[in-house]
Design a protein around this ligand. Structure first.
Ligand code: ADP
Length: 357
């Protein structure tokens, strides 16, 4: 059985009218790369600060390795932290920064040197030990901050948007680098980001937060392909959200742009509307409709509104017969023209019925 390293139980925290935690419960496994994903203001940083002990919850508890730490001060929790602003000591060199947290630990100076060597190798800064951190690039400074936080072997490492200040190319390199460091050290990482792509490329599991609650906690693949609610679906670029009506055939199927899809709906809604999510890459276009669609697929009619070149793919916007618009992510060689009538084909298993937000 996987051991939980960290548990949040029913955490409430409010600041006046803002409620960054509204009864939040989460469980993070030992050695997991766990990401809190959500828009700005959804409560991610506050949750991280509660984990670190920098903020007290109004109610609820935090457990690390089964021990209740809710009221234990930060310095006794054995937790490392990395922030967006590198938080290194600018006047010290790289080795001094990394060894800083080891000084009070009663270690022999030869053990401290050995640990610094090990960490320099881990973060790929072997040749930089004597360099002042103020003379390093942003990516290098963040490597120092990670090494410094990992030096005392924390029980978990909390990272608050650590790559946000870096440019795109370095950020991507650092995503891979951080994931490698986490795998090598087997340290539990709790990572905060508002960047959906970052969350799904780095994490073992992602918790999507909104208004202080966890809306969905799953593997990146599940979150990306099977969003639970409209909020989660709309967080991921390339996801179409379409409205459906109950079919009046009495079988409780749904109608999407006039076509019946065999989703058995359990309860009728007051306004009668349901929503489904369909990823843009799950859609293909037929120039000539087939008389009989394959089972397990639906065909919808519409016309091609626009084709936008997006480098690795072209985005095709299609207006369905009921006026709803969806975007298909397709290769450039479709031989289609704007304005023409088209039929789109979608595999039923790629249509995700969304729960109410
Ligand atoms: P996120 O990290 O997802 O952007 P935060 O946890 O920083 O969200 O903030 C969540 C909400 O709580 C916001 O509305 C923010 O203004 C509010 N908040 C956070 N910290 C404080 C504080 N110390 N005092 C007052 N309001 C705060």
């Amino acid at each position: 059985m996987v051991e939980p390293n960290l548990e949040l139980k029913d955490i409430y925290k409010s600041f006046g009218t803002a409620t960054p935690a509204a009864g939040l419960s989460l469980s993070v496994n030992k050695g997991e790369f766990f990401t809190l994903l959500g828009p700005s203001g959804s409560g991610k940083s506050t949750v991280l600060r509660i984990l670190a002990g920098l903020e007290q919850p109004d109610s609820g508890d935090v457990f690390i390795n089964g021990e209740k730490v809710t009221h234990i001060p930060p310095w006794k929790r054995r937790i490392g932290m990395v922030f967006q602003q590198y938080a290194n000591f600018p006047n010290m060199n790289v080795a001094e920064n990394i060894s800083y947290g080891l000084k009070g630990m009663n270690l022999k100076s030869s053990d401290i040197s050995a640990r610094v060597e090990e960490l320099l190798a881990l973060v790929g800064l072997e040749k930089f030990e004597a360099r002042r951190v103020s003379q390093l690039s942003g990516g290098e400074q963040q490597r120092v901050a990670v090494a410094r936080a990992l030096a005392p072997n924390p029980r978990l490492l909390l990272l608050d948007e650590p790559l946000s200040a870096l440019d795109e190319k370095i950020r991507r390199e650092m995503q891979t680098e951080l994931r490698n460091i986490q795998t090598k050290t087997e340290t539990t990482f709790v990572y905060v980001t508002h960047d959906q792509e970052e969350a799904i490329t780095m994490s073992d599991r992602v918790a999507v937060l909104n208004k202080g609650l966890c809306i969905q906690c799953d593997t990146p693949k599940e979150i990306f392909q099977k969003p639970r609610t409209k909020f989660v679906a709309s967080f991921f670029r390339g996801c179409n959200i379409l409205e459906c009506k109950p079919d009046i055939d009495g079988k409780n199927n749904l109608l999407l742009a006039g076509e019946s899809i065999p989703f058995k709906i359990k309860e009728k809604k007051e306004n009668g509307s349901f929503f489904v999510a369909i990823r843009g890459e799950a859609i293909s276009i037929l120039r000539t409709p087939k008389n009989r669609g394959k089972s397990g697929f639906i065909q919808l009619s519409g016309h091609l509104k626009s084709i936008t070149y997006r480098g690795v793919y072209s985005e095709h916007q299609i207006v369905l017969n009921d006026g709803q618009i969806l975007s298909a992510t397709l290769s450039h060689d479709q031989d289609l023209n704007e304005g023409q009538n088209v039929t789109i084909v979608i595999q039923l298993e790629d249509i995700v019925l969304l729960e109410q937000d």
